[in-house]
Design a protein around this ligand. Structure first.
Ligand code: GUN
Length: 313
């Protein structure tokens, strides 16, 4: 039986509608959440992501502003920009789009963001908050994965979860969230022995490796839930054929555009899995929804009833 398709667009729209209604309530109290997005240089993928983030702010009623320093900016200059945003009372969330150019010390920049405004959840304070189950800000894509599972009534507690990929942005935090949800969690990476057999243990398999269609059907137990976090651009025809042979609709789009977007999971997995997220239209839309949600949460915590996130220094 073909897998249930977990519709990320639909779940994202639900969350954004909830956020919009919360923004309205806050407006009655005279508060408008504000997000500052910093985009250094002109990376095409980053430009698309940032455009989506700013547009989504407009739709839910969050104030947003975009800062676009030149590709040549130094670490010190970028630190100055972040410090200025930390001090602004009308800015609740700060997002520095990654990757940053090589001359910039990314870790230093992420450490400089006020943890109370760190809507990406990348600051070590928020990483620590997540691992100790304290109320910090949680990275957007991982919390989006959990929302997909919860809102699709897929239970986490007691399940075997396997996460492929150990990045700071997705793999590690999603594993932590699954542990906090009482799953039994295995994290795999490039040095894992016999990856397919480890993955076949999974009731919930999370693919976050960044390799087009790497997870084929032999990695997946029949009936498992498969969450595909990958977003890979395929331009090579033989690679396209490996993934989409016989898919006329995809081929037409591939021929027209010269590329197609594919996740880390091979399309054939839909014949084995119980439920699966598509690419595009799966996890991707959740990242922006959770950014909106985090910005409102940061505004509430920072400007609200005294429950502050930042450590009193
Ligand atoms: N680049 C790719 N994904 C992300 C993300 O979630 N946040 C930021 N800041 N940059 C990214």
């Amino acid at each position: 039986m073909a897998a249930t398709i977990l519709d990320g667009n639909k779940i994202s729209a639900q969350i954004r509608a909830e956020v919009a209604s919360e923004v309205k309530t806050m407006a009655d109290a005279g508060i408008r959440p504000g997000l500052a997005v910093v985009l250094v240089g002109h990376d095409p993928a980053s430009e698309i992501y940032v455009r989506g983030k700013v547009k989504s702010c407009e739709e839910v009623g969050i104030y947003s502003e975009k800062h676009t320093p030149a590709e040549t900016i130094s670490t010190e200059e970028l630190l100055e920009l972040v410090t200025g945003l930390n001090l602004r009372d009308d800015i609740d969330g700060i997002l520095v789009q990654l990757p940053l150019p090589p001359q910039v010390d990314s870790k230093k920049i992420l450490m400089a963001v006020d943890p109370a405004k760190d809507v990406d959840g990348f600051h070590p304070i928020n990483v620590g908050m997540l691992s100790t189950q304290l109320p910090g800000l949680v990275p957007c894509t991982p919390s989006g994965v959990i929302e997909i599972l919860k809102r699709s009534n897929i239970s986490i507690s007691g399940q075997e979860a396997v996460v492929v990929g150990r990045s700071d942005i997705v793999g590690k935090p999603v594993a932590m969230l699954l542990i906090n949800g009482n799953a039994t969690v295995t994290i795999c990476h490039s040095k894992t022995h016999d990856l397919p057999s480890v993955c076949r243990r999974a009731d919930i398999l999370i693919a976050a490796i960044g390799r087009a269609g790497m997870i084929t059907r032999d990695y997946v137990k029949a009936g498992a839930t498969v969450i595909d976090v990958g977003q890979n651009k395929v331009t090579d025809r033989s690679e396209f054929e490996r993934l989409f042979a016989g898919n006329a609709k995809r081929e037409e789009a591939f021929n027209a555009k010269g590329f197609t977007l594919v996740g880390d999971v091979h399309p054939e997995v839909a014949q084995v899995a119980g439920a699966i997220t598509p690419v595009p239209g799966g996890v991707g839309p959740l990242t922006i929804a959770m950014l909106m949600s985090n910005t409102v949460r940061a505004a509430r915590l920072r400007r609200g009833s005294g429950a502050r996130l930042s450590l009193a220094c």
